[in-house]
Design a protein around this ligand. Sequence first.
Ligand code: ASP
Length: 341
Amino acid sequence: MPKPRILLLYTGGTIGMVKNFETGALKVFNFKKLLQNIPELKQLDCDIETLSFEMPIDSSDMDTLQWAKMATIINDNYDGFDGFVILHGSDTMAYSASALSFMLQNLNKPVVFTGSQLPIGDLRTDAKENLITAIQIASLTQDGQPAVREVSLYFEYKLYRGNRTTKISAEHFNAFTSPNYPALAESGVHLKFHKEYFLPATQYKPLQVSFDFDDNVAIVKMFPGINAKVLSALLNVPNLKGIVLETYGAGNAPSGDWFIGILQKAIERGLHVVNVTQCWGGRVNMGQYETSTMLKKIGVISGADITTEAAITKMMYLLGQNVPHSNFKELFETSLCGELS
Ligand code: ASP
């Protein structure tokens, strides 16, 4: 049996950063040095090829063009490799993993995002375990097929569905969680897969990549004290097409006429409004409280248990596909690749 072939793509992030001795700030460095720091990679039972963004970035500079670059590299190398590992800064990794899950339709190979909290050269780094296990996961096969055939994120002993993740700590190695969906695998003495949570296998279809995103969107987070002037200004941004409204608890928002009136006018103008909870976990259930009943009535879309990261990328993706206005709500409320339930 030939060894699995893995493409390791470095986009940037702490994992490959070094300290600028003058300022003390972390900056990205040459990817080749990253591999010099991990001779252990040679012991893995797979062939690894590496690629790097020409200009690796701190993931705070992530945007739709960088997503297109990642998707193009996967598309161009799809037939030549059995799995893909994307090294990415942790700050926006959950957004990129969500975006790629929508872009890569009919994916039947693993795309595993990982990174680290400490640079790979640091004595106490978490990078080596994250990188080595991510590669092992990407190279695992079952009955001659890749074991995990979706966009996932591996960090600190857990493999998650990428579009279910959120970054929860700027300090702990355990930086990610998946509040509303169980881990797909856990790494301990053994690598334990929870196959019952994988996306169901579908009939083989060629990979199809969608590159179009529409960034005329915004995230609007509710807070006690939000006023009509502010909300109105946000919703009247020229060419704005959709907002993700981060509401309280199970999808609740101010019930005053001024609030509902501004939202209703925006929806009548054609703006898509998606309700997600600003809670760490749980789901939106419009109509459970009076404070969300009106939202449902005026046509606000339910984000159910989707993360804000997946909601905003799904909105940009659906708008980019020019989904007819009348289908948008139904499509958003439908799971496209396991992002909501
Ligand atoms: N600022 C870094 C980034 O997201 C943090 C990290 O890599 O974890 O690129």
